[in-house]
Design a protein around this ligand. Structure first.
Ligand code: UD1
Length: 373
């Protein structure tokens, strides 16, 4: 894509499902800067329509300018493929800055390519740390932050983490949460979704579940316990479970799909689009998850959230929000859910600067950084 005289080029990288809602508000924010050409490069880390295409439609994003189509593979294969393909684009397009978001393999791969080509990198959602290096996402976060030139932080803990790691203050910007920007923008539209009716849970008390981390789904023993927990919860209130492709594959491989699917009170479905998921989360009595983003979205919406992980890189959702860590104690989760149903669960508040304007702040800082003054 050609840029005219004096126009600067910014490339935003998206790869996997949790990236799309973070880039959408940035794309909108850059429209206010005619002197910045904003391009979207999709690595194709997630490629199924219901993990990718539907998000572009729901979030009113244009088709990506470039689609790399790298697909799945081991971490090394996937990361390497993204690097090889993205390097060609970076050399061809000569961006003045590249934006990466979150903590997926695409985030790490593209940061590394840019750092070696001396292209400035901005990391959105910088500084989050779970302290757990067994999670691939944690390694992606650490390396990306070490390479990035601008670090945009969504919650106070991120600033402290970056300073502890020796990052210069001049690189760190506490701007709030771009994912919440999308939520604020699309909440009303989400409410018009018909999904609750389609799944037969309209007006009902239901629990919305997403589980896909290797620690919960890759071993038969753990996945059996997860599904057992859901079946027990389903005795109390309907459980809506959009199944991630990783989880679906494991359930099928271990022969666990049939039973859980036919269990009374369980509603299994394919992964949902952004608006349908937002609609269901907004109306849920409770959510149970091992995702990063849903911990934040539920905090914003005031929906109780039980997180099936030993740690979180988003501690504000616990100290201020509606989130509680359950570790891998599936009995404890059933017990905690009961507290929610009895109205005895904590009420949360919304963390600082989660106000729907994070992307505007980021675009302004980037404009000041790349445009001549
Ligand atoms: C990735 C991210 C994770 C994020 C999650 C959200 C990394 C290291 N992990 O994990 O941080 O929370 O996305 O969804 O980047 N698959 C499909 N269709 C797709 C995508 C994946 O069938 O569109 C299959 C793959 O073939 C593979 C499995 O799902 O078998 C896992 O996909 P992968 O991209 O490796 O990791 P996620 O678990 O999705």
């Amino acid at each position: 894509m050609k840029k005219g005289n004096g126009v600067k080029k910014v490339i935003s990288v998206v790869g996997a499902r949790p990236n799309f809602m973070k880039i959408a508000p940035l794309h909108l924010a850059f429209k206010k800067y005619p002197e910045i050409l904003h391009m979207i490069v999709h690595t194709g880390q997630h490629y199924d329509d219901n993990m990718s295409k539907v998000f572009f439609e729901d979030l009113e994003l244009p088709r990506p300018d470039v689609y790399l189509g790298v697909g799945s593979g081991s971490h090394a294969v996937q990361t390497a493929k993204i690097m090889v393909e993205f390097e060609k684009i970076a050399i061809l397009e000569k961006p003045d800055l590249v934006i990466v978001v979150g903590d997926v393999n695409s985030t790490l791969a593209c940061s590394l390519v840019c750092a070696k080509l001396l292209i400035p990198v901005a990391h959105v959602e910088a500084g989050l740390r779970s302290g757990d290096r067994t999670m691939p996402e944690e390694l992606n976060r650490i390396v990306t932050d070490a390479l990035a030139d601008l670090l945009f932080v969504s919650e106070r803990s991120g600033v402290a983490n970056l300073k502890k790691e020796g990052c210069a203050d001049s690189k760190i910007f506490f701007v709030g949460n771009v994912m919440i920007d999308s939520l604020v923008r699309f909440r009303e539209k989400g409410r018009r979704s018909e999904i609750a009716k389609t799944l037969g849970v309209e007006g009902k008390n239901y629990t919305l579940v997403t589980i896909h981390r290797p620690s919960n789904v890759d071993e038969k023993e753990n996945l059996t316990k997860v599904l057992g927990m859901l079946e027990r919860l389903a005795e109390r209130s309907t459980v809506v479970f959009p199944v991630h492709p990783r989880t679906r594959k494991m359930m099928d491989d271990f022969g666990l799909t049939g039973e859980v699917q036919s269990h009374r009170g369980m509603v299994l479905c394919e992964p949902l689009g952004y608006l349908d998921f937002l609609c269901l989360l907004d109306g849920a009595a409770l959510t149970i998850t091992d995702s990063g983003g849903i911990q934040e979205e539920s905090t914003f919406l005031g929906v109780p959230c039980l997180t099936m992980r030993a740690n979180t890189e988003r501690p504000a959702t616990i100290t201020e929000g509606t989130n509680t860590l359950m570790g891998f104690d599936y009995d404890k989760a059933v017990h905690e859910a009961e507290k929610v149903f009895q109205g005895k669960y904590k009420k949360g508040s919304i963390p600082e600067m989660w106000d729907g304007k994070a992307a505007e702040r980021i675009a302004k800082i980037i404009a000041d950084y790349i445009l001549p003054n």
